[in-house]
Design a protein around this ligand. Structure first.
Ligand SMILES: NC(=O)c1ccc[n+]([C@@H]2O[C@H](COP(=O)([O-])OP(=O)(O)OC[C@H]3O[C@@H](n4cnc5c(N)ncnc54)[C@H](O)[C@@H]3O)[C@@H](O)[C@H]2O)c1
Ligand SMILES: [Zn+2]
Length: 370
């Protein structure tokens, strides 16, 4: 099969997402072509690097690229002020200059952190994404949102900073744990639930091939990743800075971010995609309760997420309804006391609601916890 290229149409900052198996071996040549004289700083986490670092280095070396390596701990806690400092110091120690390239090689944690570091290092250096998780290939590597978490909440410090190139090698997903694959899948299903009901139906029919991999699985994965990137690219091209309908991509995220903050970004307890799965199911349940969405559709979404092994309900100890509501108020989606939520009239029928009463969400959370 040939490489699928999805373009993100952002004028002079437009870029291509290449999606294929085996791109790791070609990465050096492709980066050399797009950034001929650049040195490259690979930013990665230790887990990804132990598995695929040597192959990436061989690819860059074969293209005659001079590179340095900055390695960070794996996990959500790295997306922090401390992780940012470590990353920036590593890049400075490697003498990365303005026209050099920061290459994010990892999941969404590395992509968000390295991208933010690239945006502020020497007031901005070149940035290339090589996403290695399903989540990063379908979502975080595309669209230019970069940043870190703080004690006050998720992604509260960051920048819009677009990469110049995205290389998504589907073969890298072979080494991903089932838990992380499922987590990324929550963001894939999200695109169907936002505005593409036929895609959600396709996922319901093809989930086994998608999850089990193998030769059928690769074709299914390619289709799911391409469809997701096309969906995200279309929204980002219309609304890069989230002044309007880019907010639809936050379906399930206002609830989800509160849960991630509640567990203090402890990946052992909850990872982003799992929080999104619970958050999406909560959004559907809330809308069913409010009479906005048919209850059977809320059940259908929950059944699908359960069938692929994702959590759909509040688990363990995520705090009280009050503490979750507090975290929700800290999220970016608050304006003059009213909460902005992505609500739904059913599968593929999500919409932005800017005037959701905090008290209503509070009593919904009480019910969810009970
Ligand atoms: N910028 C955006 O638009 C955007 C969108 C969605 C999510 N996000 C962010 O992305 C982050 C989550 O990203 P994630 O789910 O990729 O998590 P992650 O980066 O923590 O990766 C998950 C785990 O998988 C491991 N891993 C990565 N690639 C692997 C591979 N090929 N084989 C084996 N192991 C591998 C990592 O070491 C890590 O332990 C969250 O911080 C979330 O907020 C950002
Ligand atoms: Zn997300």
């Amino acid at each position: 099969m040939t490489t699928t290229i999805v373009s993100v149409g952002l004028g002079e900052r437009a870029y291509a997402i290449h999606i294929d198996e085996g791109l790791l071996a070609k990465a050096g040549a492709m980066i050399k072509q797009s950034h001929p004289r650049a040195r490259v700083a690979i930013v990665s986490d230790k887990q990804v690097y132990a598995l695929h670092g040597k192959a990436l280095e061989a690819s860059l070396a074969a293209a005659g690229i001079d590179y340095a390596v900055v390695l960070l701990e794996a996990g959500e806690k790295t997306k922090s002020f401390a992780g940012l400092e470590q990353c920036l110091n590593g890049l400075l120690a490697a003498k990365i200059e303005r026209n050099d390239v920061v290459l994010a090689f990892g999941g969404g944690v590395i992509g968000d952190l390295a991208g933010f570091a690239a945006s502020i290092l020497r007031r901005g250096v070149q940035f290339v994404q090589m996403p290695t998780t399903l989540l990063a290939q379908v979502d975080s590597s595309v669209g230019g949102k970069t940043g870190i978490n703080t004690a006050f909440g998720k992604n509260l410090v960051g920048a819009f900073y677009q990469p110049s190139l995205v290389l998504a090698d589907i073969a890298l997903l072979e080494t991903l744990s089932p838990r992380e694959f499922a987590a990324g899948y929550a963001e894939v299903a999200k695109y169907g639930l936002i505005n593409n009901a036929p895609f959600f139906e396709w996922l319901e029919e093809n989930k086994d091939a998608l999850f089990n991999g193998g030769s059928n699985g690769l074709a299914a994965r390619r289709h799911a990743i391409v469809t997701s990137c096309q969906a995200k690219a279309a929204i980002v091209a219309r609304d890069e800075k989230e002044m309007g309908d880019r907010a639809l991509l936050n379906l399930g995220h206002t609830f989800g971010h509160a849960l991630e903050a509640a567990v203090k970004y402890d990946s052992a307890r909850l990872v982003h995609g799992e929080a999104v799965s619970i958050g999406i199911c909560q959004a559907f349940r809330y809308c069913a309760q409010e009479g906005l969405c048919p209850p059977e559709e809320a059940l259908r979404v929950e059944a699908h997420f359960q069938a692929v092994g994702l959590p759909t309900r509040l688990m363990q100890d995520y705090g009280t309804a009050d503490s979750l509501l507090d975290a929700i108020r800290q999220d970016k989606k608050v304006s003059r006391g009213k909460l902005t939520f992505i609500l739904t009239r059913g599968i593929g029928k999500s919409f932005i609601a800017k005037d959701v009463e905090a008290a209503k969400i509070g009593s919904f959370l009480e019910k969810e916890i009970a």
